[in-house]
Ligand binder design. Structure first.
Ligand code: MN
Length: 488
C-alpha cells in the first residue's frame, strides 16, 4: 500500500520584509501539521513561494513524485500571480486552492497597516484565483476558516477524490468475455477512456479462467470457504455450490492480481466450462475493493473500484447496482435496485446470508450461491458513466435509501430500496433525459460534490440531478453542454 501525501504551497512576495516571510512560513508549517492530524492523508508544508522559479521547481517535483497526490495552495499575503503562470501551466497533479486565513477574527485593538499587510488572504487569494481562471486550470476552491470542521471535512473529501484520480489512472480492467449481445449503454470507446481516465481495458478468455479454476487446490478452497462461513450466515444445504464459488473467486483473483487488475466484468452469455455464474465470488471480491460490472459492463466495473477507493480506508460503501422495478404507490414511491447476483456486501444493513437458488438467465448448469441482504437506509448517490460519442458523461443522482418497505421473501437476491431526488418520477425523468444507464455505482460515502471534483480533474462532462433539478433546467443544461463539449 503506497503512502500518499499532499503538498502545501503558500504564496507571498519579498515586499513585506523577512520578518513577515518568516511568520508566514512558521504559520504555514503550523497549519499543515494541525490539518495533517484531522485529514485522511498528511499535508506537508513545502515552500513560501516568492519567485517564478520557486513555484516552477515545486511543481516539477510534485509532478515527478508518485507519493504527492495533489497540491493545496493559499496566499497568506499578496502574491503577484504572473510568477505562478509557468508553474500552474505545467502542474499535472490535482490542485485545491484553499482560500483561508490564519486568524479567525479581525482583532479590533491590534489591527493596523502592519497587520493588514501580513493578513491579506482576501486580497492575495483573489489574485491567485484570477490566474487559475485565466489559465482555465481545473481546480477545487474551498473557502473558510482552516480550523472549521466543515472546511476540514471538505478538504478531507477532496483528498479522497484524489485517491479516486490515482485509482483511475492506474486502473486495469479484466474482461471475461464481451458485452451482453445488443446492449448499447454498456458499450464505449476504450481508447478514448484510456486517454481521458487512464483505464487499460482488455479481455481474457473464459477458457483461461476455467483452466485457472482447475488448478485451484482443495486446501485453497477450504481456506476461502472458512472465510465465507466466518463472515456470513449460511442459509443453504448446498455447500458444494459455496465451494464452487470459492474456486471461482480464487481463480479470478489470481488472474487479476497477476495482471494488476482492480476491476473485472463477465457475462452470463459466456460461461463456457463453468457451472455457475460467479455470485458470492464476485460479491466477496467487491468487498475486498475490486470493481465489478455485469453483462460485460467494464465502465461500471472500473467506476465501482474508483468510488470504493474514495471511501473510508480506501474501500468504502460503494457497489455495482441496477435499477430493476418501481413501487408507484402515492407517497411511497421507490426504486428497487438489485442484480441477478452481484451486489456488494459493503451496502448491507445486516450480516448477509449465503443462499443458493436457481438462476434461469444464462448458461448456469448449477444453482449459484450468492449473498442475500437488505441495503442500508441513508443518503447516497447513484452514478453512471456513459459514452456520448466523442466524450464521456458522468451522471450523478442524489438518493435516499430506505429500509425496504416489504420483506419480499421470494426475491433471491440482495436488494436496495431508494427514492431518487427531487422525487421518484421527476428524478426518473431527469435520469432518462440525461441518458443514465440501468447499471450504476451506488454509494453511501461518496457524494455528488466529490464526483464533480473527480470529473473536473479527469476533464469529462458532469451532470448532477439533485433536490433542485427540474427537467426544464436539465434540458437546457444538456443542450449547452452538448455544444461546449463538441467544441472542446
Ligand atoms: Mn445488469
Amino acid at each position: 500500500m503506497k503512502q500518499y501525501e499532499f503538498w502545501f504551497v503558500v504564496g507571498s512576495q519579498f515586499l513585506y520584509g523577512q520578518d513577515v516571510l518568516d511568520t508566514v512560513a512558521a504559520r504555514a508549517e503550523e497549519m499543515a501539521e494541525a490539518l495533517s492530524k484531522v485529514l485522511p492523508y498528511p499535508l506537508v508544508y513545502k515552500v513560501t513561494a516568492k519567485t517564478n522559479k520557486e513555484i516552477s521547481d515545486v511543481v516539477k517535483e510534485a509532478n515527478y513524485r508518485d507519493e504527492c497526490a495533489g497540491i493545496i495552495t493559499w496566499c497568506h499575503t499578496f502574491s503577484p500571480s504572473k510568477m505562478w503562470i509557468d508553474g500552474l501551466r505545467d502542474l499535472q497533479k490535482p490542485w485545491c486552492h484553499l482560500a483561508t486565513q490564519y486568524n479567525r477574527e479581525i482583532p479590533n485593538d491590534e489591527i493596523d497597516m502592519d497587520f493588514m499587510n501580513l493578513n491579506q488572504a482576501a486580497h492575495g487569494d483573489r489574485e491567485h484565483g484570477f490566474m487559475g481562471a485565466r489559465l482555465r486550470k481545473p481546480r477545487k476552491v474551498i473557502a473558510g476558516f482552516w480550523q472549521d470542521r466543515c472546511v476540514q471535512e471538505r478538504l478531507a473529501k477532496w483528498q479522497r477524490v484524489c485517491m479516486g484520480v490515482i485509482a483511475s489512472r492506474e486502473m486495469k480492467v479484466m474482461r471475461f468475455g464481451d458485452n451482453m449481445r445488443e446492449v448499447a449503454v454498456t458499450e464505449g470507446d476504450k481508447v478514448e477512456t484510456q486517454i481521458k481516465l487512464g483505464w487499460q481495458v482488455n479481455t481474457w478468455a473464459v477458457g483461461d479462467l476455467v483452466k485457472e479454476m482447475k488448478a485451484v487446490t482443495e486446501a485453497e478452497v477450504d481456506a476461502l470457504y472458512e472465510e465465507y462461513i466466518s463472515q456470513y450466515d449460511v442459509n443453504t444445504d448446498n455447500l458444494a455450490a459455496i465451494r464452487y464459488q470459492a474456486r471461482e473467486e480464487i481463480a479470478m483473483k489470481k488472474m487479476m492480481d497477476r495482471e494488476g487488475c482492480k476491476a473485472f466484468s463477465n457475462t452470463f452469455q459466456d460461461l463456457y466450462g463453468m457451472q455457475q455464474l460467479p455470485g458470492l465470488a464476485s460479491q466477496h471480491l467487491m468487498s475486498l475493493g475490486y470493481g465489478y460490472g455485469g453483462e460485460g459492463d467494464w465502465k461500471v466495473s472500473a467506476m465501482t473500484a474508483i468510488l470504493k477507493s474514495m471511501g473510508e480506508g480506501g474501500n468504502g460503501a460503494s457497489g455495482f447496482m441496477e435499477d430493476y422495478t418501481y413501487h408507484l404507490v402515492e407517497g411511497q414511491e421507490y426504486s428497487l435496485g438489485a442484480h441477478m447476483l452481484e451486489v456488494c456486501p459493503s451496502l448491507a444493513a445486516d450480516k448477509p446470508r449465503i443462499e443458493t437458488h436457481h438462476l434461469g438467465i444464462g448458461m448456469n448448469e448449477k444453482d449459484p450461491a450468492r449473498l442475500v441482504f437488505e441495503g442500508k437506509a441513508g443518503k447516497g448517490i447513484v452514478a453512471s458513466l456513459i459514452d456520448m460519442g466523442g466524450r464521456l458523461r458522468l451522471i450523478v443522482q442524489d438518493i435516499e435509501a430506505v429500509k425496504p418497505i416489504m420483506p419480499m421473501p421470494n426475491l433471491p437476491v440482495a436488494r436496495v430500496m431508494w427514492r431518487a431526488l427531487p422525487n421518484l418520477t421527476t428524478g426518473v425523468e431527469c435520469w432518462i433525459t440525461a441518458g443514465g444507464a440501468h447499471h450504476t455505482v451506488l454509494s453511501y460515502d461518496v457524494d455528488a460534490e466529490m464526483l464533480r471534483d473527480w470529473a473536473r480533474i479527469m476533464d469529462i462532462e458532469f451532470v448532477h440531478i439533485g433536490a433542485d433539478t427540474t427537467p426544464e433546467k436539465l434540458e437546457e443544461e444538456l443542450l449547452v453542454k452538448d455544444l461546449v463539449w463538441k467544441l472542446k
